[in-house]
Design a protein around this ligand. Structure first.
Ligand SMILES: Cc1cc2nc3c(=O)[nH]c(=O)nc-3n(C[C@H](O)[C@H](O)[C@H](O)COP(=O)(O)OP(=O)(O)OC[C@H]3O[C@@H](n4cnc5c(N)ncnc54)[C@H](O)[C@@H]3O)c2cc1C
Length: 510
């Protein structure tokens, strides 16, 4: 039986970052991945003469070399930055909301964004600067909380961060109601909601405000060679550090000893690997219900996991068109096309198989003109289902249902942007929640981990991170982790769980 200090289950973002951290500390580490390539969602695939991005719309938190964002700093620390070529995105988004007749593009940059809001409302920039001051205070408070390691001085919080305390428990709806900005400004500030996939009645204002400020002030980027470039950078780094990755290696069991401490893992072919520390880059639903023996799972772990709300189930159409973006009249990289800017209403509509046409759509060529052969366009449209509605789709209806939904999304995009794309489709691939469930193994085809809810939002999870650890020797990192979904969050969560694992090892004298 092979033996490693740490075994990582899954080579998604969280698993890869965790492995690099562990190896950088001089410990031995094996990554086990059920697929034949690394990355999980962070990958690409080829159809005909096109290479499609599988997931990433935009990567926030990278910043620039001169002004690095927190994820670039993490990548520097992990030694992968020199292996990645970034493309900076120009504009934040093009928002189209049919009910209100919105159709405008918003730039990155605090001043640029504020000025653009003057075109929506005579005093637009005044409200935006006010909002960003609040965001800065929230960020300051969050930094202070993490520096004070859970023991903040209440006096400091009250004096320096009073608005943070005031809106600490607010949902985005409650906070925007209290702020009293004009509706068009609120609607514009709500544009990013689909990136967290929770509606205004559930989404923590602190989390959301922090995200908007991070996007607008720090901008966003994409890797030149799709997100697969990121995954390959990590794979290379793991090998440089002497680590192992085994592909085509599905873990079917996390083994525990008589003290219920992790003692190894077992693969689907029966191979056993000895270790006292596992970092699982998969969903806690799978870890507690499938990978561990029943008697190794405390009741609290099951209760907590079952009480969490699964977030959006993904549906994406990948299109390669044999016309250029100019010929199609598509100028922007990132489109949000909503029926309504009322995200509570939009969220409800996403509980239905029929009629869900809200979408986040990317025209990759408008960030990277060389991403496809001359005279062609890569376009991908993602929507979410906010309930497990795909369970009702019978096997014999599957193709019909998925084609109808895809057709609806394409037609809605054509109508909203006044373009024609159907007749120019050279390649098309459609991923449904079933595809995502099969690919990464996440329940119900969830692509966003657990939804941010007032009881289970970013701050609650960060504060309770040690209480979420139920099986000695086991930690769970990635998009289901304490920082919630997303590229930056999943890398950070993986790296954080690795740090905690190193501390566990030190405590146990290893
Ligand atoms: C269409 C789409 C668009 C998105 N757009 C964005 C975006 O623009 N910006 C953003 O920040 N985020 C975006 N996301 C979300 C982001 O992709 C995810 O949050 C992130 O990639 C999740 O990383 P993870 O670490 O949780 O690993 P995952 O990607 O979930 O990978 C888990 C890995 O574990 C492996 N695995 C699972 N079980 C086992 C087992 N038993 N044995 C071995 N291996 C196992 C899986 O095969 C997989 O490789 C998008 C996601 C999708 C699908």
């Amino acid at each position: 039986m092979k033996k490693y200090d740490v075994v990582v289950i899954g080579a998604g973002n969280g698993g890869l970052a965790a492995a690099v951290k562990i190896l950088s500390a001089g410990k031995s580490c094996l990554v086990l991945e059920k697929h034949n390539i690394p990355g999980g969602f962070a990958t690409s695939f080829v159809r005909g003469r096109f290479e499609f991005e599988a997931s990433l719309h935009e990567f926030n938190g990278i910043g620039t070399v001169e002004n690095p964002g927190s994820t670039r700093q993490l990548f520097d620390e992990l030694g992968v930055s020199d292996k990645i070529e970034w493309i900076q995105l120009h504009d934040a988004y093009h928002l189209i909301s049919l009910e209100e007749g919105y159709d405008f593009t918003m730039p990155f940059g605090v001043d640029e964004f504020a000025r653009a809001n003057d075109k929506l409302h005579p005093e637009g920039s005044k409200y935006i600067y006010h909002f960003f001051e609040l965001c800065k205070q929230i960020r300051g408070a969050m930094n202070y909380l993490s520096e004070s390691k859970g023991k903040p001085d209440p006096q400091v919080l009250m004096e320096k961060y009073p608005d943070y305390l005031r809106c600490g428990s607010y949902t985005t709806k409650e906070a925007f109601d209290a702020l009293g900005y004009p509706q068009v400004i609120v609607d514009n500030l709500n544009a990013y909601w689909c990136y967290l996939g929770a509606d205004g009645n559930n989404l923590s204002f602190l989390h959301y405000a922090n995200m908007i400020y991070s996007y607008i002030s720090g901008g966003a980027a994409i890797p030149k060679y799709r997100s697969h470039e990121l995954s390959l950078a990590f794979e290379t780094r793991i090998h440089e550090l002497g680590g192992d990755i085994w592909f085509n290696s599905e873990v079917v069991k996390i083994l525990t000893d008589e003290n219920k401490h992790v003692c190894g893992v077992m693969l689907s072919d029966g191979t056993k690997i000895e270790t006292r520390h596992v970092i699982a880059n998969c969903s806690p639903h799978n870890v507690y219900s499938k990978l561990l023996d029943e008697d190794a799972v405390p009741e609290r772990a099951l209760k907590l996991t079952n009480s969490r709300k699964l977030a959006g189930r993904g549906f994406t159409i990948f299109l390669a068109l044999n016309k250029s973006p100019e010929e199609l009249g598509l100028k922007d990289h990132n489109y949000f096309v909503y029926d309504s800017s009322d995200n509570i209403k939009q969220y409800q509509s996403m509980k239905n198989l029929k009629g869900n046409v809200g979408q986040a759509t990317v025209c990759l060529n408008n960030a990277d003109p060389d991403c496809s052969p001359k005279g062609t366009t890569l376009l991908y449209m993602t929507t979410l289902f906010t309930d497990d509605v795909w369970k009702d789709v019978k096997e014999e209806e599957y193709y019909k249902v998925k084609n109808e939904i895809a057709n609806g999304l394409i037609e809605r995009f054509e109508m909203a942007t006044k373009t024609h794309i159907k007749e120019y489709i050279e390649e098309i691939a459609i991923a449904t929640p079933q595809t995502y469930a099969r690919y990464c193994g996440h329940p119900q085809g969830v692509i966003y981990g657990y939804e941010s809810t007032p009881r289970d939002g970013l701050l609650n999870r960060i504060q309770a991170v040690e209480e979420d650890r139920f099986v000695p020797g086991l930690r769970i990192g990635g998009g289901f982790g304490e920082r919630l979904l997303g590229f930056p969050s999943s890398y950070k969560s993986g790296a954080n769980e690795a740090n905690r694992t190193l501390k566990d090892m030190a405590k146990e004298g290893e």
